[in-house]
Design a protein around this ligand. Sequence first.
Ligand SMILES: Cc1cc2nc3c(=O)[nH]c(=O)nc-3n(C[C@H](O)[C@H](O)[C@H](O)COP(=O)(O)OP(=O)(O)OC[C@H]3O[C@@H](n4cnc5c(N)ncnc54)[C@H](O)[C@@H]3O)c2cc1C
Length: 596
Amino acid sequence: MGQYIAPLRDMQFVLHELLNVESELKQLPAHAEVDADIINQILEEGGKFTSEVLFPLNHSGDREGCHHDKATHTVTTPKGFKEAYEQYITAGWPALSCDPEYGGQGLPLVVNNSFYEMLNSANQAWSMYPGLSHGAYECIHEHGTAEQKALYLPKLISGEWTGTMCLTEPHCGTDLGLLRSKAEPQADGTYKITGAKIFISAGEHDMSKNIVHLVLARLPGAPEGSKGISLFIVPKFLPNADGSNGARNPIFCGAIEEKMGIHANSTCQMNLDGATGWLIGGPHKGLNAMFVFMNAARLGVGMQGLGLTEVAYQNALVYAKDRIQMRSLSGPKALDKPADPIIVHADVRRMLLTAKAYAEGARAFCSYVALLLDKELNHPDEEIRKDCADEVALLTPVIKAFITDNAWTATSECLQVYGGHGFIAEWGMEQYVRDARINMIYEGTNTVQSLDLLGRKILMDNGAKLRKFGAKVQAFVEANGTNEAMAEFVTPLAELGDKVTKLTMEIGMKAFQNPDEVGAAAVPYLRVVGHMVYSYFFAQMAKIALEKEASGDTFYKAKLATIRFYFARLYPETAMLIRQARSGSANLLSLEADLF
Ligand SMILES: Cc1cc2nc3c(=O)[nH]c(=O)nc-3n(C[C@H](O)[C@H](O)[C@H](O)COP(=O)(O)OP(=O)(O)OC[C@H]3O[C@@H](n4cnc5c(N)ncnc54)[C@H](O)[C@@H]3O)c2cc1C
């Protein structure tokens, strides 16, 4: 059933040639010892694990799905999942970038990030089980008390326990201010939590000994809306002081959802019936604490988009070289065959290059942001830490929405390369399309990401974060503007940078008069910013490829061809998007709802 081979060469190009991670990490005392050899070794091992252990379970897991037993409230994951998880924890993978104080290996997030790409390419549904645990780890690490950290972090780091995020309720998803779950304080300092949560990924399963649920609920007398939400740690089994499992906590899985994709990940309805929980992050400060988890998860979802784009591309490429249909318009190319392989056809190449460009752009972008996170956490200079945090905040919604929207396009184009066979389950391509669809929805829909970018991250701080990123783009343009060979890359980057500045000011002015202008412009606006970011990274990668092309290494030739394709065929949608974003709110909002 197809193949997955970790794209080590391109990962190494991004890490070592584009981002120079080794010298960047030298400035961070926590990672000063991490060199290129260590990184490459980890990635090679990660490539083996994901190709050999996880990828073979991807299709079978999708076909089989999870099983729920209503009588015992238990969920069984597909055949092989539990064993693969045991291998994963035995090899120490969950500990990779975690804090050594609690048993982690303390490696940089930028390395973990590349490994996560592999996990998602090989098996997104499986990878969500440990992926959510990492979010829970980050949340408890940042907001937990010393006692909570000592109890929960080592278990999450070892992978013995997994984590979940329990936000959504039947009547509220985007608008968490509406949530109703209740937390009653108890004399012993714990809380009894009652409520119904839905769509909880990995809410119940058989892969780990315990499940640590992070649950949003309201304290008695809490303010209305999002200001009255608190966060609680609610373990499936109440832990004894020594960390062993105690009594079963009444947080049960009532059902699992039948769904379009990620069949092998259990999406659970969770009922809390006076379940014992511990407050984390202070009363009514739940959303603030949960944001750590949500931000980690948003970056993680972007990586899911990248992972699927890459694996769909790899398989479509193999197929396009093998499948023979028709002759090239410019005359036969495979004279020994009755027809040419379909890769000779221009439009098949367009489909392949779309996926290739989106994968390579996303890889550079995500690795860059992961390195920013390492600096935000570990740089000795406080001002640099703050700058990095601002940049991560700005780029997080772009990672989540732009990459997952592109993944939907890319996986669909790769399916199209297979013609009718793409639509047939046996080939595996339709699974990638189905799996890709959820990434645009959960962790805040892509519309919500767009509103976050334009409304909160840009207009609310008068464009300060965007200007800082713009200054980096400008510096690159100025440094390379006189290099003739770079003109084909620098000119569109510079033009788009100017257009983003003007567009932002225009929407900002209109929003003063009418706040609906933000909602009407946000989605195309985010895509324009996404293209500015990709143009910036592609221009930098083009510079390296131009310098090294003469070496004869065909990697650089392929890189340049991909970048030229990007600027010729994908970037031009910015003209249309800018027109859409400028068209205002009236074309959307003037029609009364009852006239639809
Ligand atoms: C498979 C799966 C796994 C999930 N995993 C988890 C999980 O682990 N934990 C968890 O807590 N939740 C999880 N979710 C829930 C998910 O995060 C929500 O479905 C998502 O946030 C959207 O909420 P909703 O479904 O209630 O849609 P709604 O909030 O009802 O939104 C409906 C539509 O309205 C749009 N909309 C809403 N408000 C606005 C606005 N202000 N402006 C413009 N458009 C708007 C939305 O973009 C969307 O298109 C999961 C969902 C699924 C399907």
